[in-house]
Design a binder for this molecule. Structure first.
Ligand code: ATP
Ligand code: MG
Length: 141
């Protein structure tokens, strides 16, 4: 069960530029089931908490500023091998280095505005899902 879900966000720039629908379409066409979803906006302190692991990195303040700058779409996705398969579908952190056809290659414009977030482990998929969704908002089978 634990390796069947991942957590994603469509980041502010991708939301602002009208790419929610096209990105969700790519996700669904690659076999991921949406098990929870909301349009929401993180406060600065929520973004600081979500990205706490990067607190010491030089880009942390910019990252927090950007991720709290506007609405995001948060979602829980279900599929066998969800974390790894989704990381493959989104591509490298830097859209310029991402493989053809990946979400970041298609819709990312910079390392910061790289369209989407994807969990990096099953453990973080659970932590991040719980950060955004109550049990009543999840529709896992
Ligand atoms: P995400 O966690 O958003 O799925 P990732 O796992 O590919 O991305 P991380 O190393 O976890 O990459 O970094 C988190 C986010 O911080 C990246 O998506 C990116 O927006 C931003 N970031 C990472 N490295 C840099 C950098 N060198 N300069 C600016 N922003 C960066
Ligand atoms: Mg990451």
């Amino acid at each position: 069960m634990e390796n069947n879900i991942t957590f994603t966000m469509i980041k502010p720039f991708a939301v602002e530029t009208g790419n929610i629908g096209t990105i969700l379409d790519v996700i669904i066409k690659h076999g991921f089931k949406i098990r929870a979803m909301k349009l929401t906006r993180m406060s600065k302190s929520q973004a600081e908490k979500f990205y706490a692991v990067h607190a010491e990195r030089p880009f942390f303040a910019d990252l927090v500023e950007f991720m709290s700058s506007g609405p995001i779409v948060a979602a829980i996705l279900e599929k066998e091998n969800a974390v790894n398969d989704y990381r493959e579908l989104i591509g490298s952190t830097d859209p310029a280095k991402a493989a053809e056809g990946t979400i970041r290659k298609l819709y990312g414009v910079s390392v910061q505005k790289n369209a989407v977030h994807g969990s990096d482990s099953d453990e973080n998929a659970q932590v991040e899902s719980t950060f955004f969704f109550s049990t009543f908002e999840r529709f896992l089978l």
